[in-house]
Design a protein around this ligand. Structure first.
Ligand SMILES: [Zn+2]
Length: 457
């Protein structure tokens, strides 16, 4: 090839790239204008929060949410909508959970507490004992059964405020909630109180899943508010002699039948290649699950609607999936993977939104290096819509294993500063979601899916 030819080829490719970028930027603007003007995610979220409400796996409300989102997917213009049956754990909170601290001087301090998901109950009698505070598992191990036996263990693992990415702090401190109760039971504790996983001090107990290690006795586990945890830690530091009393009536019932909800737009060129976009439909029972994860569900439905309404016909089949049971079992995600494997489906990409409906900031990716390089070339197209980082590491709990069927994985990363104010607490309500922020998330999700669909990965 002559030098001249090389130069003209490079010039041609460069102008072709510029042209393609221009074309993509116009297409994304069209999608964005449609979603920001006519988006229905916010109204769908209102319905899910106010007409359905809390929707813990196995509950009648979870079934209502299945029916409601199937209807929303049809209204969004999905070519087909169907349900994937799956069995889910059925945990119930029971009534009248309460607790207090009795100080030696006679003062009684009522605790703002709530049972942790999957915990057994104390029964009507409740439990009372003196309290031992620990700030790490190493501390617990050092104390051993000599000190712990017969006590209520207070697991005080504050979220690290120096981590600007709050999910990192959650990942680190969350171990107190997930594994703490069994760790304490190992040394003979009779119950555990866990400091709520909240970034700011507040008066709300934040629930969340815990799981028992079968090698040790099952003991009741509750979360107390961060303000109560701070107060209690102070009393213990003053060497106050005190006892805690806890009563809760939660229980695990037999598994219950439920569903994932799936809506599809059939691809025009490669209908047997799948791109999944989803959120989880179940929520904790304390609140409306607006940010966790009603937002991700209605944004995923909006992705389908945006394709339809902006007249963008995908080459590949786009599936919006409402996963059931992310919070306390992950059975919906397991079922989706199982069916994808059984049906030999070719999955190109999967995107989950499960970090709240706040202003989008970026995407995380779990993809191969060459795929990541390709994705990085598109990053600039997102600048106008508030997304400024593409980084490797992490996607979403429901889609995390879809790499087994070939999918590159991604998660939407909204601003995380306020997420753990509302996470798994009574404050996770519709009023704490902004229409514009929610819809802007859907814009970026649709744009990413548009590009992956157009160019492959
Ligand atoms: Zn969630």
């Amino acid at each position: 090839m002559t030098t001249k030819l090389i130069f003209s080829t490079i010039a041609f490719l460069y102008s072709f790239t510029l042209l393609a970028q221009k074309e993509d930027s116009i297409a994304i603007k069209k999608i964005a204008d449609e979603v920001m003007t006519n988006g229905t995610a916010y109204e769908n979220l209102r319905y899910l929060c106010k007409k359905v409400g809390p929707r813990l796996s196995g509950s009648p409300n979870a079934q209502k949410a299945v029916e409601a989102t199937a209807r929303m997917l049809k209204e969004a213009g999905a070519d087909t909508v169907y349900l994937q049956p799956c069995m889910v754990p059925h945990w119930v909170r029971g009534e009248k959970e309460k607790g207090y601290i009795q100080l030696a001087n006679g003062t009684k301090h009522d605790l703002k507490l709530t049972s942790l998901g999957n915990s057994i109950g104390t029964g009507k009698k409740g439990v009372s004992a003196s309290v031992i505070e620990v700030k790490s598992f190493a501390e617990l191990d050092a104390l051993g059964s000599k000190v712990i036996k017969g006590k209520i263990v207070f697991l005080n693992f504050p979220m690290n405020p120096t981590y600007i990415e709050t999910f990192r702090a959650y990942g680190e401190s969350g171990i107190a909630r997930w594994a703490g109760p069994s760790q304490a039971a190992k040394y003979g504790a009779i119950a555990t109180m866990v400091r709520s996983m909240a970034s700011n001090p507040d008066d709300y107990p934040h629930t969340g899943v815990m799981s028992y290690n079968d090698s040790f006795p099952k003991i009741p586990a509750v979360a107390i508010s961060t303000n109560d945890a701070i107060w209690l830690s102070k009393q213990l530091k003053l060497k106050m002699s005190l006892t805690a009393s806890i009563q809760n009536n939660s229980a695990m019932l037999p598994d219950a039948p439920s569903f994932n909800v799936v809506g599809e737009i059939r691809g025009t060129e490669f209908p047997n290649e799948y791109i999944t976009v989803g959120g989880h439909l179940d929520s904790w029972d304390l609140a409306e699950g607006a940010n966790d994860d009603g937002s991700g569900c209605v944004q995923s439905i909006e992705v389908l609607r945006a394709f339809k309404a902006s007249g963008t016909r995908p080459k590949r089949t786009i599936r919006a999936v409402m996963f059931m049971n992310e919070e306390n079992g992950g059975k919906g995600g397991d079922k989706y993977l199982e069916l994808a494997q059984k049906n030999n489906e070719k999955h190109v990409f999967a995107l989950e939104s499960d970090e709240g409906g706040f202003t989008p900031r970026g995407f995380s990716f779990d993809v191969k290096d060459d795929q990541f390089q390709k994705l990085l070339q598109w990053k600039e197209l997102f600048n106008d819509y508030g997304v400024y980082f593409f980084r490797k590491g992490g996607s979403g709990a429901d889609i995390g294993s879809l790499n087994k069927v070939g999918a590159g994985l991604s998660g939407l990363s909204p601003d995380s500063q306020r997420y753990f104010d509302i996470h798994h607490a009574v404050t996770d309500v519709f009023e704490n979601v902004s229409r514009r922020e929610l819809h802007l998330g859907a814009v970026n999700m649709t744009a990413l899916i548009y590009l992956v669909d157009k160019y492959g990965l």
